[in-house]
Design a protein around this ligand. Structure first.
Ligand SMILES: [Fe+2]
Length: 204
């Protein structure tokens, strides 16, 4: 039987769907952990929070960890016949930061898998050392509302994948002082091919 206090404390869970407040982290399993750690540190300015023989936690902001890498021997790399993650995407502050990251990666010998102007985003895709897809992007429009609105346009329906662009041309244009808005205009061109799955022969 409830006491008076117990009755006052009683409450009912609201079981309607609730959105999370934050996408916190994801965890990869790898047989290549040193290279993986180096890669994520180089590409996303991540730092190691804690590392044990079993797992390494990394972050790039005030979240305690954004990525975990489990150290496991003898794993097969992700293959084109496996279901699962196609890529994870990170948004940079502006097109200059995205292009600077591209240029820095290029100097480190890390080429992009492909570069697509999607319409709402300008995106540069990479493969990490295990072949997982990582998209680095910048929103083309200055507000979330404007970016979201693009998804409802006839242009997006006509070409939902986007158009391939040359990042070196954009780097040159940025260095010449071309305004960001102009740099992020969608180039003319045929629709890009859909993304290849991890481990497929094409690099994208
Ligand atoms: Fe994406």
């Amino acid at each position: 039987m409830d006491t008076v206090l117990d009755t006052r404390r009683r409450r009912t869970l609201d079981t309607k769907p609730a959105a999370p407040v934050l996408f916190a982290h994801f965890v990869l399993r790898s047989s290549n952990i040193d290279k993986m750690i180096d890669w994520y540190m180089a590409m996303l300015n991540m730092r190691v929070v804690q590392r044990t023989d079993y797992i390494c936690f990394l972050t790039y902001d005030d979240e305690h960890h954004r990525l975990g890498i489990v150290n496991a021997a003898g794993l097969e790399p992700p293959g084109p016949k496996n279901s699962g993650l196609a890529h994870v995407a990170y948004t940079f502050a502006d097109i200059g930061t995205l292009l600077a990251t591209y240029a820095r990666a290029k100097k480190l010998g890390i080429p992009p898998a492909r570069c697509i102007h999607h319409g709402p985003t300008v995106s540069i895709y990479y493969r990490d050392p295990d072949g997982n897809g990582v998209e680095l992007q910048v929103d083309r429009y200055p507000s979330k509302e404007a970016t979201a609105a693009y998804f409802q346009t006839p242009e997006f329906k006509k070409n939902p994948i986007g158009v391939v662009f040359d990042p070196d041309t954009l780097v040159r244009a940025w260095e010449e002082g071309t305004p960001d808005e102009e740099l992020m205009k969608m180039p003319d061109g045929p629709p890009a091919a859909p993304q290849s799955p991890p481990g497929s022969k094409s690099s994208s």
